[in-house]
Design a protein around this ligand. Sequence first.
Ligand SMILES: Nc1ncnc2c1ncn2[C@@H]1O[C@H](COP(=O)(O)OP(=O)(O)OP(=O)(O)O)[C@@H](O)[C@H]1O
Ligand SMILES: [Mg+2]
Length: 507
Amino acid sequence: MGWLAKLIENTGSIFSINIEPTDNTEMIENLDARVRDATSLSKIAKNESIKQMREAEVKEASDIIGRMINNNEVVSYLTIYICVSAQEEKELNAKCEEVKREVQKLKLKIRPVTNFLLTSGFKAVAPFFTIQEDLTEYFKRNILTSSFTGGFLFNTNTFIDNRGFYFAINQNGGIIIFNIWKKDYDRTNSNMVVVGSSGSGKSLSVKHLIYNELPNSKILIIDSEDEYTYLGKNLKGKIINCGGTQTEHILNPLQIRVNKDDEDDLNAIALHFQFLHTFFEILFPSLTDIEFSLLDLVLEDLYTKFGITQSVDISKLKNTDFPKLEDLYYLLEDKNEIDYKEEYVKLLSLLRPIAIGQASTIWNGYTDITIDTRLTIFNTKNMQEFQTQYKRAQYYNIMSYAWEILSKNRDERDILIADECHILVDPNIPQTLEYLRNISKRARKFNASIIVITQSIEDFLNEKIKLYGQSLLANSTYKLFFKMDGQDLRDVVKTFGLTRKRGKSNI
Ligand SMILES: Nc1ncnc2c1ncn2[C@@H]1O[C@H](COP(=O)(O)OP(=O)(O)OP(=O)(O)O)[C@@H](O)[C@H]1O
Ligand SMILES: [Mg+2]
């Protein structure tokens, strides 16, 4: 078993496999004829060796007939072409010998292609694969489909997942068939981290995954560099521009997300207060604890004013039932007029730009998007015009909105792709990474997968946040590493305990 993998590893040979289904009736007739011939030949054989060979032939043919009739198995003609190449003749001969030995060990016949068939031989192993009938005529051999699909050839040391798609090739040239949803004792979730330097192919590999997963899953992407628009358009996805400029969409951070937390047993409003706390902490790092508790009180009043209390079923509310940032701002103004406080003044000056000022185009408004396509891309490229805190807050806002979608339906497969995820992370605000870690821990229960893409894991390993960073990285079943060097490489080697030795690992 796995002999193809062994040969690929040892000799670097190229294989081409041709399977040609046959007509069962015709096949049975041929086998019958073979049994008849071999039986009579064995009877008249003068040598014991010839007699035994014929008897073996009868047994093999009868076995196949039996399985075809009793198990409805289909027989196909199989031809395997092996192309061995080397720099020098000596090496070539040694490799050919090895190939012969391995094939003969399996009691298969191997025949060199010579003379006038050489051209057809080359064509048969070429990547554009064409069926060379002159060759199959000579070399084909019948095989039961069950022997073929049962791993006769493909039982390699690489990843061959059922219901997977072609993902990559391994270091021996073997193919990796990957099913991100497969679960077993060491593949307990479908999360993935993708790390590598700029331009190393991270987004491209994830695009390949998107293309193959789209028929089975709903996919959401946070795209801060406008890298997925082309793909999104071609796959009939929806591109939601939420980069904060005048004409773009709004995801109202004050709209309470319908999110139930099984673990902490918090209701949607309490969870949303946690979200808002982090959201404002990202935006206004200078806020003190006292100012935060005042802001919390104003928010409580705001929701009460809008009739949103614990007894209300949030899922029944419309987007326009929630307050907007300007409502929060004006309520603060009112409070300050009645009861002047320095803290109110500070909060007002901080909130002004995003509520009624130049940055109000980002968040001040009702949520005006719906997720009704399988592929949704949140494009935040235009956020680059704004300061870092705004970019980070928007990333966090989208992530929380996306999690609401992911956690809505346990039966549906959903994937959230967080590209350029370093934008979210700030050592001074561990809550964002904690949030990402938490949702990636919960994703499994909701049949969801979280794919985090970043150029450097250093961002996740800063002393202040490494508790969450390491846990996020360790918790992801799949880790894809692309080209990297220097500190990034050292971080990866240390964090994942990598060695030079080849071993069993997840991709
Ligand atoms: N294996 C590959 N084969 C062909 N082209 C590739 C391959 N890997 C990457 N590329 C090309 O290289 C370019 C950069 O790749 P990609 O955008 O995936 O990099 P990235 O790792 O996401 O970089 P960044 O961190 O800067 O976003 C793209 O144009 C992509 O098509
Ligand atoms: Mg990229």
